[in-house]
Design a binder for this molecule. Structure first.
Ligand SMILES: CC(C)(COP(=O)(O)OP(=O)(O)OC[C@H]1O[C@@H](n2cnc3c(N)ncnc32)[C@H](O)[C@@H]1OP(=O)(O)O)[C@@H](O)C(=O)NCCC(=O)NCCS
Length: 196
C-alpha cells in the first residue's frame, strides 16, 4: 500500500525544471575538446549506436533522434572519443521546440539555441564527454549566429545542472509542469538581470 501510494503521489506531483542560459561569443571555437569530437548524426551512425547500446538506447530515444535528423529546425550529433568510440549524443534546436512529455512548447527566440537531448552512455560517464558536448555546441551555435544558449533541466538532475553551471550557464527561469492537469507555468528572470 505504501509503495502504491508513493507511486501515485510521484505520478501527480508537479515536476519542476529550471532554464539556464549563457551568452555565446562569436569566437567560440568549433573543435575537438579534451579528445572528444562531434560527428553529425545520420541514419547509419544511429543504427551503429543502437547496435552498440541496444538496451541503453531505447527505441523511443532512437526514434526521437531519427526525427531530429529529419527536422531542419534541429540538429543532432554523436559524441566520439579519441579512440573513435561512440560515447553519447547531443542536440540543438534552432526554433520553438515542443516537449511532448509535458505538452509544452519552449519558445526559442531567433538569437537563441536550445541545448537538448544530452546523453552520455553509462560506461563513458565522468570522462568529460558532456563538458565537451556543451562546449562543442556553444561553438556551433555561435557559428550559426546565435548569441544565447538556453537549456531546460529538471531540478532533480544534479549531474546535468552541475555540467551546465560549470560551462557558465546561469539560472534564467523556471518551469513547473502539473501532470494531472497537463498544464505548465513558466517564470523568467527579466532579461536585464541575467548574466550579472
Ligand atoms: C548528465 C550527463 C550527460 C553527464 O555526462 P558526463 O559525460 O558524465 O559528464 P562530464 O564527465 O562531462 O562531467 C561534467 C561535470 O558535470 C558534473 N557531473 C556529471 N555527472 C555528475 C553526477 N552524476 N553527479 C554530480 N555531478 C556530475 C560534474 O561537475 C562534472 O565535472 P567533474 O567531473 O569535473 O566533477 C550523464 O550523466 C547522462 O547522460 N545522464 C543521463 C541523461 C541526462 O540526465 N541528460 C541530461 C538531461 S538535461
Amino acid at each position: 500500500m505504501g509503495g502504491r501510494w508513493k507511486r501515485i503521489q510521484k505520478k501527480h506531483r508537479p515536476k519542476v525544471s529550471r532554464y539556464y542560459s549563457r551568452p555565446l561569443s562569436p569566437d567560440d571555437p568549433d573543435r575537438s575538446v579534451n579528445g572528444f569530437r562531434f560527428v553529425e548524426a545520420d541514419h547509419d551512425n544511429l543504427a551503429r549506436l543502437k547496435a552498440s547500446f541496444p538496451k541503453e538506447l531505447s527505441d523511443r530515444k532512437r526514434d526521437i533522434l531519427a526525427q531530429r535528423i529529419q527536422d531542419p529546425s534541429e540538429d543532432a550529433w554523436m559524441i566520439l572519443d579519441e579512440g573513435d568510440r561512440l560515447c553519447g549524443f547531443a542536440c540543438l534546436a534552432w526554433d520553438d521546440h515542443e516537449v511532448k512529455l509535458m505538452q509544452h512548447t519552449i519558445r526559442v527566440r531567433p538569437h537563441q539555441a536550445l541545448f537538448m537531448d544530452d546523453y552520455v552512455f553509462k560506461k563513458h560517464r565522468r570522462r568529460g564527454a558532456q563538458s565537451a558536448a556543451v562546449e562543442l555546441r556553444v561553438g556551433l551555435a555561435a557559428a550559426h549566429g546565435r548569441t544565447e544558449g538556453l537549456v531546460l533541466v529538471s531540478t532533480t538532475n544534479l549531474g546535468s545542472i552541475s555540467s551546465y553551471r560549470k560551462a557558465g550557464f546561469q539560472t534564467c527561469g523556471r518551469l513547473i509542469h502539473f501532470p494531472t492537469s497537463k498544464r505548465t507555468l513558466e517564470f523568467w528572470i527579466p532579461r536585464p538581470l541575467r548574466h550579472g
